[in-house]
Design a binder for this molecule. Structure first.
Ligand SMILES: Cc1cc2nc3c(=O)[nH]c(=O)nc-3n(C[C@H](O)[C@H](O)[C@H](O)COP(=O)(O)O)c2cc1C
Length: 333
């Protein structure tokens, strides 16, 4: 299945595993790339030595293209330099302006991408010289840039720009892939579904809650899980922390129930407070259900089974082909 994006990135299928914070691992990214998609590492907060190690580990596990995602709310110069030294095939930026890094990356043949949430932003970044974009709709899990749903955002962007873009937010299966392509995107950027992949570093508590959730079980909040990253709206599963906050009349920071309570711990011994932006990974201990369970409205479309990246990608492509045949039969004569 070739699109402008698969050709640009030299991949077999127009499926990109979104950076999903600490749930991304070299094993996950490499297994997605080995299955013909594009795997991504999320290294925004990773220390410099580990950044290089994770990139090298991914390169050991795959000889296919993969990417690194960096959020520009934090200083990223050193990590960008490592991406250049390690010749990472794709670097993706979100929440800021990639201009300061653009020429250095592009001159080494690295493909550069930026996440956007409006058609104006898309046009702006196309004019700067980005290779491709990600259009993130309001349905998306994790930190959510804008307020427009993918069904309107994708065609609005397609009408304005010429460079390829992937759509993020709500696209998780074959039907979604076809819908995104019909709306004008050249691929899909899937986050929440890959939390349910075998190699994802997400705790089983988190995965079970994703499996149980339906499309109405997530909440978009402006400033809720704000400790660690303030002023960045996000979408999470409605868990006990969210329910208590809602039942208390959605008070603002400082007035929320059990503010500053320590509820979990990382493997390093670092404690995690209620309202912190940390997700529960395989090694987090404590009250995992009450942590930030980032997930998109697509939770309602994701099954209960933990699958390999290859199984997820194969399923999406097979379903898209099946769906395409059905649509062909609808063609007016
Ligand atoms: C757990 C989680 C962590 C995320 N971390 C990042 C990140 O580090 N960088 C980034 O650009 N986007 C991040 N996102 C957003 C995704 O890139 C993507 O836009 C979103 O998952 C797409 O919507 P979907 O979850 O419905 O597939 C994260 C999303 C989730 C669910």
């Amino acid at each position: 299945m070739q699109t402008a994006l698969t050709k640009l990135l030299n991949i077999d299928f127009p499926i990109i595993q979104a950076p999903i914070g600490s749930a991304t691992t070299p094993e996950l990214a490499a297994s997605v790339s080995n299955a013909g998609g594009l795997g991504m590492l999320a290294l925004s907060w990773t220390d410099i030595a580990t950044t290089r190690e994770k990139i090298r580990e991914t390169k050991r596990l795959t000889n296919k293209p993969f990417g690194v995602n960096l959020i520009l709310e934090w200083e990223q110069s050193e990590r960008v330099e490592i991406c250049i030294q390690e010749q990472v095939p794709v670097v993706s930026f979100a929440w800021g302006n990639s201009l300061p890094f653009l020429q250095a990356l592009k001159s080494k043949g690295i493909k550069v991408c930026q996440t956007v949430s409006t058609s104006e932003e898309a046009l702006f970044f196309e004019n700067l010289g980005l290779d491709f974009l990600v259009a993130q709709g309001w349905e998306a899990g994790g930190h959510v840039l804008g307020k427009v749903a993918s069904s309107v955002l994708v065609p609005s962007i397609a009408d304005k720009i010429k460079i390829p873009f992937a759509s993020a937010g709500g696209f998780t299966e074959g039907r979604g892939l076809l819908a995104a392509l019909s709306l004008g995107a050249s691929g899909i950027w899937i986050g929440t579904r890959f939390l349910m992949a075998k190699k994802a570093n997400a705790s089983s508590v988190y995965q079970e809650l994703i499996a149980k959730a339906n499309e109405n079980d997530t909440v978009y909040a402006e400033r809720l899980f704000n400790i660690g990253w303030d002023n960045a709206p996000h979408r999470v599963i409605r868990n006990s922390t969210v329910i208590n906050w809602e039942n208390s009349g959605k008070p603002s920071i400082g007035q929320r129930p059990n503010e500053h309570e320590i509820i979990a711990q990382k493997q390093s011994g670092e404690t995690i407070k209620r309202y912190a932006d940390d997700i529960p990974t395989k090694t987090t201990t404590g009250n995992l259900e009450a942590l930030a369970l980032y997930a998109g409205q697509s939770v309602g479309l994701i099954g209960q089974t933990i699958k390999t990246a290859k199984e997820i990608i194969t399923e999406i492509i097979e379903e898209a082909n099946l769906q395409l045949d059905k649509l062909h039969s609808l063609r007016a004569k």
